[in-house]
Design a protein around this ligand. Structure first.
Ligand code: UTP
Length: 236
């Protein structure tokens, strides 16, 4: 089996149904897909906090908690989500959630799928995924989100939003800068690619694919080696 280090970022909301209940069938399906490994090498999953993290963050903010404190709630919730995935993956997963790059380096020695959440305040779990991908020199980082990739405008607000099939780092930077959104760097509000993500991306020269993780069909095709998938590819 060929070596291919991969990092997969899964948004926390993807673990829940539309009724905001934990989606155990989907978690089991994700696990089933990942069990069939086409490539050997390091495989790390980074789990987001999702809606539940934002709910906690909003209440902490209401209690006058500062953004750094809010971020710590996001980090804890993303780690709980990671722990839940570990329980579903059973013995194919490393049993602990690494809380730092140092802890990750120990976990890597065991040859299992590693599942982690956030690391430190001031960033999103996408930044964590990029840091991890840089650390393990991943061939590719896959970002699973609730839309089919990156669009020219918000697909949840505009019906005519177009999916962008390929982006360079410069294109991505322009999209992020054009968002003009003060909330972009608030806890719970970091967009698919926040500013920290962009900086790590530029120095690491990673190859990224952003695709839908809603029904996992595209992801399953991708994981089985199919190149013909609907997604946004980001390269230098
Ligand atoms: P994310 O915003 O990355 O979660 O992390 P997510 O699930 O990907 O979000 P959606 O649902 O797909 O949009 C949750 C929050 O945790 C904090 C941030 O406040 C972040 O918004 N966090 C996460 C950190 O402060 N540091 C980290 O390293 C990771």
């Amino acid at each position: 089996m060929k070596d291919r280090n991969t990092v997969i970022k899964i948004g926390g909301s993807l673990l829940f149904t539309e009724d905001k209940e934990l989606n155990k069938e989907k978690i089991q399906n994700f696990c089933r897909i990942l069990k069939k490994k086409k490539y050997s090498g390091y495989h790390v999953i980074v789990c987001g906090g999702g809606e539940i993290a934002r709910e906690y963050i909003n209440i902490v903010r209401y209690f006058q908690g500062n953004e750094a404190l809010c971020d710590t709630f996001g980090i804890d919730l993303s780690r709980i989500n990671a722990k839940l995935l570990i329980s579903a993956f059973q013995d194919i997963a490393y049993p602990l959630v690494p809380k730092s790059i140092e802890e990750l380096s120990t976990a890597l020695l065991f040859g299992k799928i590693i599942i982690m959440g956030g690391l430190q305040p001031g960033q999103s779990t996408t930044s964590v995924a990029l840091e991890v991908a840089e650390f393990i020199t991943a061939e590719e980082l896959v970002v699973l989100t609730d839309v089919e990739g990156i669009y020219d405008k918000d697909p949840k607000k505009f019906n005519d939003a177009k999916l962008l099939k390929h982006l360079t780092y410069a294109d991505l930077q322009e999209i992020i800068l054009n968002l003009h959104d003060d909330k972009q760097a608030a806890a719970g509000e970091y967009r698919i690619f926040d500013a920290v993500s962009l900086q790590i991306l530029k120095r690491s020269k990673l190859h990224i694919r952003v695709m839908s993780g809603k029904d996992l069909k595209e992801f399953e095709k991708y994981w089985n080696g199919d190149e013909n998938i609907t997604c946004t590819t980001i390269t230098e």
